[in-house]
Design a protein around this ligand. Structure first.
Ligand code: FAD
Length: 273
């Protein structure tokens, strides 16, 4: 079994905090290599992400890595966050561009995630292990697969150590993407991002936004299960566990789970593999 990692989002309300707190003991039992916490582009979680990282590290003893998205941010803001994370003992960071929140006009000081990676290296040398995002099914704003791959390479060339993929349900697409990346000279590990399924309409919404494909057969089967929550859980866990088994057998260097702060959907997959 390769190393696993869990991604959380920073809770903003007491109710969300309680949900994450109740998920953590169950997820910790799977001994993740590290966990990560997302960051709202444009600074929409400017204080929540550092707060959550501190708590995950100090209260839960987890190696917690912050996401840092540069869209809408300034050099000073990013420098401040890097200093805060260093002082918390963080050694790993997930560097992203993010998406411009609606209503925000300014892109800030950075254009692409590769600019952020370059900045982190210039500011902090080799202190951080930097992960970046990549897209086996192509980033939704990209014109073609090759230029998207070339842009992925820019982030590795700027100093990123590894990449985590957008989620997908087609293992072959991942393997072809890894082959294409290797052919272009990218040797960094490419860890598949895994999205367990608990709510089909939510998944459909996410997938429309981020350009991840839900295969027709999977969508049809999930739709047919309607509101039968228990059957959706069992079916989805079987499907996602099967995907993970294929990825592991094909040499994936790790599995990064998008937990959405819930233990059950991720645990159901991990228990099966
Ligand atoms: P980039 O690598 O900058 O790419 C964005 C687009 O620009 C792509 O289409 C790329 O092909 C193109 N591009 C890149 N460089 C160039 C160039 N030099 N010239 C022309 N075109 C270029 N979002 C958040 O807001 N917060 C998070 O915490 C977060 N976590 C994520 C974690 C993972 C693992 C993943 C996969 C995504 C995450 N996202 C997050 C979403 C991400 O911010 C969006 O997908 C965003 O649209 C792109 O971010 P990026 O870092 O991949 O951008």
């Amino acid at each position: 079994m390769p190393p696993i990692s869990f991604e959380f989002f920073p809770p903003k309300t007491d109710e969300q905090r309680a949900t994450l707190e109740s998920a953590l003991p169950r997820l910790k039992a799977f001994k993740p290599e590290y966990v990560s916490c997302t960051f709202g582009a444009g600074g929409s979680t400017l204080s929540y992400t550092p707060e959550t990282i501190r708590r995950l590290r100090e209260v839960h003893g987890l190696d917690a890595a912050p996401h840092l998205s540069c869209m809408g941010g300034t050099r000073d803001e990013i420098r401040g966050l890097l200093n805060d994370y260093r002082s918390m003992g963080c050694k790993r960071i997930v560097a992203l561009r993010g998406d411009l929140p609606s209503g925000m006009a300014s892109h800030g000081d950075f254009r692409y995630a590769s600019d952020l990676v370059e900045f982190i290296r210039a500011e902090t040398g080799d202190h951080f292990h930097i992960e970046v995002a990549c897209y086996p099914e192509v980033h939704p704003q990209s014109n073609d697969a090759l230029s998207d791959l070339v842009n992925f390479k820019r982030k590795i060339d700027a100093g990123a150590n590894g990449a985590i993929t957008q989620y997908f349900y087609n293992a072959d697409g991942y393997f072809r993407f890894v082959d294409a990346a290797r052919a272009l000279g990218i040797s960094a590990p490419i860890t598949p991002g895994i999205m367990p399924i608990s709510n089909f309409s939510q998944l459909r919404r996410f997938s429309d936004m981020c350009g991840a494909e839900i295969p027709r057969w999977l969508g049809k089967r999930l739709s047919a299960l309607g509101d039968d929550v228990e059957s959706i859980r069992t079916f989805s866990a079987d499907v996602v566990a099967d995907l993970c088994r294929k990825l592991i057998a094909g040499g994936a260097p790790g599995l990064h789970f998008y937990t959405l702060n819930r233990a059950k959907p991720t645990s159901a997959v991990l228990e099966r593999i």
